[in-house]
Design a protein around this ligand. Structure first.
Ligand code: ADP
Ligand code: MG
Length: 596
């Protein structure tokens, strides 16, 4: 179909609204156009998180020279003719708005050459104004360059986040489409660096490995069902995580309808329900599911960004998704892991401890004290280790019975050998190993972070952490635990990560070094799996970030450390089981000095 302007009555029936919110929305629209043009190679280049430049180059069918000026006008499309066509849309685009909307808020250069024509055409625009248009030599296909997005709409420019954040959103869009279209060779080039390349050989499993890393991909079960025929046929395929692999939120469930990424709470719930008792409370699966059905049974003309759809028979789709995932779990998961009772990990180790701690934490008096910050010399005490006690649990429920393991209130006396604190309590003298004690404090804070989030230190500039693909897998497996521990970290593909915030207790330590150590330790402990592995990671963090022996602490710092240790549920041992505290009772002292 050639490009034409939709008649007003058709245009009026299209869900209207703004499609260009941020650089990633531009990339999404341009990729969709390339896919609709049948491209098998799509290259996405960005600079400065897409704020300075976005370029999408494809080898699709291209546009006829005469039609190029039309393409950038509102309601100009080659994908829709009449209002009736809206009932069964088979292309990703159909609104004829994207190029017009994008070029209105940027400096756009479009070069396109139709496969049937010998030369291409270039059109250069600034805002909606055409600067020039001329024939130009070019390979068949289309290249669209968007420079200085929002240069003429400063209000929108202000709402953009950092370059790294915007680049992260773009990266996510590309990898999503790469999974949906495994036969297309997508690549992402960020500031001149190739950060992602899809195999483009049609193998979705291989694409999954590229996107999620080998470790996660290995733990994903293939989903594949062929529903009964007829017009109501709903086919579900893709991948869903084995029960042992889970996350602390549902955003890892990605759904596509007819290869279009969609958000649908109901269908996400269908996936979660399929796991029923297989996952510990508050944990969610990872899934990438492709729902294919007659386009006539799904309305994509609901939302301007086309991310929400309406199903004619929603319950049918719900059941199809749920059945497909259940079938994948039953057919392929190791039998043992399907029995909740034979799921030792969920109730042992990390999860068990968290459960015990949370129960014990109801109404405990130490919460206010935990808000006290330890700060190193020369640093202001402005950042408490945990959130202020405004959110601390109130002491309305009865206190748990005093445990002999809890510590009494301690008064710091001093420090010995820059490694031990001497303190006095009602029962005599206490010697505290400052490193072991701090490890215990950090460990309990992280374990309880779901209740009381770890306070974070926002980085001025997001940091790119390079781990190399091999080590990166060990981190990508554990991103949610790192997030819970106070790291705002996101995979950036190709073995790198973006770090936006670190836990406040990390001080000035080098995040690259820490995360490399974490990944290396995990790599060395491949005998530890499941929840125990999460626990292992938390212990590594605590060990690395705790105050070391040899660090001189002021009296105020000693007091803060003691108060936080007192507030712990298991203050007597470090997370590895070594003692934090030695106690010499008044009676022992008297005996030793021959006073009795
Ligand atoms: P829509 O995709 O909804 O039709 P757009 O504004 O995104 O609207 O694009 C307008 C038209 O320009 C498309 O219908 C298509 O004919 C043409 N077009 C845009 N991008 C490309 C491309 N990469 N390759 C070929 N044709 C394109
Ligand atoms: Mg489009």
């Amino acid at each position: 179909m050639s490009i034409h302007i939709l008649s007003p009555d058709v245009a009026d029936k299209i869900a209207a609204g703004e499609v260009v919110e941020r650089p990633a929305s531009v990339v999404k629209e341009l990729i969709e156009n390339s896919l609709d043009a049948g491209a098998t190679d799509i290259r996405v280049e960005i600079r400065a998180g897409g704020k300075r430049l976005i370029r999408v180059i494809d080898n699709g069918c291209g546009m006829h020279g005469a039609e190029v000026p039309l393409a950038v006008q509102r309601h100009a499309t080659s994908k829709l003719q009449s209002a009736a066509d809206l009932e069964h849309i088979g292309t990703l685009g159909f609104r004829g708005e994207a190029l017009a909307a994008i070029s209105a808020v940027s400096k756009t250069t479009l070069v396109s050459r139709h496969a049937d024509e010998s030369t291409g055409i270039e059109i250069k625009m600034e805002g909606s104004r055409v600067l020039h248009q001329r024939p130009i030599g070019s390979p068949p296909g289309t290249s669209i360059t968007i420079e200085q997005l929002f240069w003429n709409t400063p209000a929108r420019l202000k709402f953009l986040r950092t370059e790294a954040t915007e680049a992260g959103h773009i990266s996510k869009i590309v990898t999503r489409y790469a999974l949906a279209y495994p036969q297309v060779r997508f690549s992402t080039i960020n500031d001149g660096r190739l950060i992602f390349q899809a195999p483009g050989n049609g193998d979705r499993q291989q694409t999954l490995i590229k996107v999620y890393g080998a470790d996660i991909a290995r733990q994903m079960l293939p989903v594949q069902t062929e529903a009964a025929g007829g017009t109501a046929a709903v086919r579900v395929s893709g991948f869903a995580s084995q029960p042992a692999l889970h996350r602390n939120n549902r955003s890892y469930i990605e759904l596509f309808v007819n290869k279009r990424y969609i958000r649908d709470r109901n269908l996400s719930f269908a996936v979660i329900q399929a796991y029923h008792t297989l996952l510990p409370g508050g944990r969610y699966p990872i899934a990438v599911l492709f729902i294919d059905m007659d386009p006539g049974l799904v309305d994509v003309n609901v939302h301007p960004t086309k991310a929400e759809v309406r199903f004619r028979e929603a319950s049918l789709v719900f059941r199809a998704v749920q059945r497909a995932v259940v079938r994948a779990l039953h057919d392929q998961a190791p039998v043992a892991s399907l029995q909740p009772s034979s799921f030792p990990d969920t109730r042992s180790g990390w999860a068990q401890r968290r459960q015990t701690l949370l129960q014990a934490g109801q109404g405990q008096e130490g919460a206010g004290q935990m808000a006290m910050g330890i700060y190193r010399q020369g640093q202001p005490p402005a950042t408490p280790l945990v959130g202020a006690d405004a959110s601390a649990p109130t002491a309305s429920s009865p206190l748990p019975a005093a445990s002999p393991d809890l510590l009494p209130p301690l008064r710091p006396v001093g420090q010995v050998g820059a490694a031990y604190l001497v303190a006095e309590g009602p029962g005599g003298m206490y010697l505290i190993d400052q490193h072991a004690a701090h490890e215990r404090i950090l460990y309990e804070q992280i374990v309880q972070a779901e209740q009381q989030p770890i306070s974070r230190q926002q980085l001025l500039q997001p940091l790119t952490i390079e781990l190399g693909t091999q080590l990166a897998g060990f981190i990508s497996e554990q991103l949610s635990v790192l997030q819970q521990s106070g790291f705002d970290i996101e995979s950036f593909g190709g073995g790198s990560y973006l770090l936006r915030a670190i836990p406040a207790f990390m001080g000035k330590r080098d995040p690259q070094a820490l995360l490399t150590e974490v990944a290396e330790s995990l790599a060395a402990r491949d005998d530890v799996v499941g929840q125990a592995r999460e626990d292992e990671l938390v212990k590594i963090i605590c060990k690395r970030l705790a105050i070391k022996a040899g660090q001189v602490l002021s009296l105020a710092e000693q007091r803060a450390l003691l108060q936080q240790l007192e507030a712990c549920h298991n203050p007597r041992t470090c997370p590895h089981g070594r003692p934090t505290t030695l106690h010499l009772s008044a009676a022992q002292l008297q005996r030793q000095f021959g006073r009795t």
